[in-house]
Design a protein around this ligand. Structure first.
Ligand code: KMH
Ligand code: ZN
Length: 302
C-alpha cells in the first residue's frame, strides 16, 4: 500500500467558540495549532479563517493573511485553503483569499446540498458570542450552493489559471458522477484526490456500507487514477477513517470535523487527533507520508 496522507482540518466554519475552549480562532491559535498538527504528522493542513475578535467564520483575505505567512515560515506542510468557506458566504467571498494567495491546494465541493449545523448546537445553553446561536439555527434553511457553473469557475480560476490541485469533497455518490463529468470536460488534472465526506446532515451518514459503496463507484469511474481520503464529521470520525486506512485510503482529522478525542472528552488541540490517528495507522502497518512525499503523490506545483 502507498504511504498514507494525513490531512488536518484545523478550525473550519461549523464549530463555534462556545462548543470548545480549544477551537483555534485567533491568528496565533490557528497558526500554533496548525504547526503542532504538522509536527505530529499531518502532511496537509486544510485551512479556514476566523474573525479574530468573535471567532466567526471569515472569508476576508486579511484574516487568512494574519496567519498564513507565519505558518508558511514555521512548517513545510501543504497548505490547502478552503473554497467552501461557509454556506452563508457567496462564491465571490469564498474565492477572494485563494485567488490572492494562489495556494498549491484547495478544497472543492462537488455539489449543492443542505448543510444543517444546528444538531451540533443542541447541547449548548451558555453562548459566548451573539452570532453563534442564530448562525447555527439559520442553517436549518440554508443551501450550500455549489452548482456546476460554480465548480467550473473554481476549476478555471484556481486550477487552470493558478495551478492549484484539489481536495474534491464528495458528500454523496452523485458528487462522484459530477467529478467524472468535469474530468471528461478536461477541466481536472490527474491524479485525483477525492475526499469522501460522511456525517454532514444533508450528505451521507457514517454507515460503513456508504464507504464501501463510494469506493466501488469511484473505482468504476476513475480506475487507478485517483486516491481517496475519508473525513467523518462527529462521533464516527476515528472509526470511519480507521476503516479508510485499512482499505488503502487516506485520512483527515481536525477540529473542523470533530471537537472530541474520545467519547465525551474534548480534544485539547488538533495535534492530539493527529497523534491518535498516526498511532492507529502505524499499528495497521501504514507509513505516514511527509509533506514533500504528499507533493509528489498529488502532483502539486510546490
Ligand atoms: N466542512 C467539511 C464537511 C470546505 O472547506 O471546502 C467539508 C469542508 C468543505 O471542509
Ligand atoms: Zn473545510
Amino acid at each position: 500500500m502507498s504511504k498514507i496522507l494525513i490531512t488536518c482540518a484545523v478550525t473550519g466554519s461549523i464549530h463555534t467558540p462556545s462548543m470548545s475552549p480549544y477551537l483555534p480562532v485567533t491568528p496565533a491559535e490557528i497558526s500554533d495549532q496548525a504547526q503542532g498538527a504538522a509536527e505530529a504528522g499531518a502532511a496537509i493542513l486544510h485551512l479556514h479563517a476566523r474573525n479574530p475578535q468573535t471567532g466567526q467564520p471569515s472569508a476576508r483575505a486579511e484574516d487568512f493573511m494574519s496567519f498564513l505567512p507565519q505558518l508558511k515560515q514555521s512548517c513545510d506542510a501543504v497548505l490547502n485553503l478552503s473554497t467552501g468557506g461557509s454556506a452563508v458566504m457567496t462564491l465571490d467571498d469564498r474565492l477572494a483569499a485563494p485567488k490572492r494567495v494562489e495556494p498549491e491546494m484547495c478544497s472543492l465541493n462537488m455539489g449543492s446540498m443542505n448543510f444543517a449545523l444546528y444538531p451540533a448546537a443542541a447541547r449548548i445553553s451558555d453562548w459566548k458570542h451573539d452570532w453563534e446561536q442564530p448562525f447555527l439555527e439559520n442553517s436549518d434553511d440554508l443551501v450550500f450552493k455549489n452548482t456546476p457553473r460554480d465548480i467550473a469557475r473554481i476549476l478555471t480560476e484556481l486550477g487552470v489559471e493558478r495551478g492549484a490541485r484539489f481536495e474534491f469533497e464528495c458528500y454523496d455518490v452523485g458528487h462522484l458522477y459530477m467529478l467524472k463529468h468535469f474530468v471528461d470536460r478536461g477541466l481536472v488534472q490527474k491524479p485525483l484526490f477525492i475526499q469522501f465526506v460522511f456525517g454532514v446532515l444533508g450528505g451521507m451518514g457514517t454507515d460503513p456500507e456508504n464507504l464501501m459503496h463510494m469506493k466501488v463507484i469511484a473505482d468504476k469511474l476513475f480506475g487507478d487514477d485517483y486516491m481517496f481520503s475519508v473525513l467523518a464529521a462527529g462521533r464516527q470520525q476515528m472509526p470511519l477513517i480507521t476503516m479508510a486506512a485499512a482499505m488503502g485510503g487516506h485520512v483527515r482529522v481536525g477540529l473542523e470535523d470533530s471537537l472530541m478525542i474520545s467519547r465525551g472528552v474534548l480534544a485539547k488541540d488538533n495535534a492530539e487527533q493527529v497523534r491518535k490517528i498516526r498511532r492507529i495507522v502505524e499499528d495497521l502497518g501504514r507509513e505516514v507520508a511527509s509533506p514533500d512525499e504528499a507533493r509528489d503523490m498529488l502532483g502539486l506545483k510546490g
